[in-house]
Design a protein around this ligand. Structure first.
Ligand code: AMP
Length: 413
């Protein structure tokens, strides 16, 4: 199927061609016709499937067909609600790209940054608004964001939105829009609470499911290291020194963990940055930019901060902490080995995480290769191989402290 078959008009087709897309992805093929027919939809699709364009393109097409003449009189007719600032910004970039050859205007509003520039743009008039829930409600309260003319409402990453506690905000936003609007709900997974939300606000929705996220690419070399929790940092340094090269994304469960690892890697001379919930918006954007432009080659992130962000084509992913949700594993490592490239995924499993390995392996139906010859085995019967390089040795080298002093020390993890 081609984009032309999807009944998209010339200005949109031209922008798509210039972006470099040859043909629609599966989720686009399935979703675009329903959206153009003004149906409500529930789409279960992960980031990376092309889901953003699957709502952005038909929304632009629908709005294009009845464009307002003047800038000033523009009313917000499409609203996209996104749980995180980064995602909102990314969606905004997509809309800007695809609308290059139209007069449709879009903008992004999100918290953690000054309201004034956002207010100025809204006052000038936009057709499409991409927003995080809190800032949207703020600006609505101030009569800056008028939702009386919304024709299409998109709830993106609905499962994350609910996980982050936005349920009441989302319901409120839905009520503030017109009754007749079309609703498009996108979610990586459809747990009960998303289903419940859909039942209360969607009208006879079409359901679209894309690529159940249980399979991992054959091009990813997956390996597993069993390691005591206290030695994970040493193992990470060992793997970085001896095994991995290129651009690397490291996942940690908590923002505290991200910060600790970042400090250690910087002390050891690595070019590192991080994204997590405690960082200001500007710092998070700067970190992403530095990573994408290769100023730093290691990015450390929590799942929530990295969710949906377009960081692909990685050489390796390190699961410093294993995720307790097996789909998250698939999602994390899916960021490497894109477009026929090869990639590597390294997972560090401590004693308390063994069950996670079990559920991950059940999901992906693969027995992950266990690397035994490393200096920090979990099972003491396995003889450790002492890392001999003196030049690159760090203060974290095994043997620096006695076992007794290690035990006494209060660990941050
Ligand atoms: P998304 O799932 O929306 O985050 O999109 C993931 C990536 O796929 C983004 O980098 C998009 O630019 C890209 N993409 C979206 N649609 C297509 C397409 N039809 N062909 C090639 N790449 C695409």
């Amino acid at each position: 199927m081609s984009f032309k078959d999807l009944q998209l008009n010339k200005p949109i087709l031209r922008a798509i061609a210039e972006t470099g897309y040859d043909e629609p992805t599966l989720v686009q093929e399935k979703t675009i016709p329903f959206v153009l027919n003004k149906k409500d939809v529930i789409v279960s699709a992960q980031t990376g499937t092309g889901k953003t364009a699957s709502f952005a393109l038909p929304i632009l097409q629908l709005l294009f067909d009845k464009q307002d003449a003047s800038k000033k009189g523009k009313k917000i007719r499409a609203l996209i609600v996104s749980p995180t600032r980064e995602l909102a910004i990314q969606i905004g970039e997509n809309f800007k790209n695809y609308s290059t050859y139209t007069n449709l205007r879009s903008t992004v509003i999100y918290g953690g940054t000054s309201m004034e520039p956002q207010i100025d743009i809204l006052k000038k008039g936009v057709d499409i608004l991409i927003a995080t829930p809190g800032r949207l409600l703020d600006l609505h309260k101030q009569d800056i964001a008028n939702l009386d003319y919304i024709e299409t409402l998109v709830l993106d990453e609905a499962d994350l939105m609910l996980d982050m506690g936005f349920i009441d905000d989302v319901k409120k936003i839905e009520r503030l829009c017109t009754k007749e609007k079309q609703i498009l709900l996108f979610s990586a997974t459809i747990p009960y609470k998303v289903e419940q939300l859909a039942n209360t606000i969607l009208k006879a929705p079409e359901r679209i499911e894309v690529a159940p996220n249980s399979s991992t690419s054959k091009n990813i070399n997956q390996t597993l290291y069993y390691v005591p929790k206290r030695n994970k940092i040493e193992l990470c340094l060992h793997v970085l020194r001896n095994t991995i090269k290129g651009s690397i994304l490291i996942f940690r469960r908590t923002k505290f963990g991200v910060q600790k690892l970042e400090q250690t890697l910087i002390k050891n001379g690595y070019r590192v940055d991080s994204i997590h919930g405690d960082k200001s918006q500007n710092l998070r954007q700067a970190a992403l930019k530095d990573f994408k432009s290769n100023n730093v080659n290691i990015l450390i992130a929590t799942d929530v901060a990295a969710r949906g962000i377009d960081i692909n084509n990685l050489d390796a992913v390190i699961n410093f902490d294993l995720p307790n949700v097996p789909e998250t594993y698939v999602h994390r490592i899916g960021r490497t080995a894109r477009a026929g490239n090869t990639g590597a995924a390294y997972s560090f499993c401590s004693a308390d995480e063994k069950n996670y390995v079990k559920t991950i392996q059940q999901l992906i139906q693969i027995q992950i290769d266990v690397i035994k010859d490393h200096p920090y085995p979990l099972d003491p019967k396995e003889k450790p191989i002492i890392h001999k390089s003196k030049k690159t040795g760090s203060k974290y080298k095994k043997g620096r402290k006695s076992e007794a002093s290690k035990k006494k020390k209060k660990r941050w993890y």
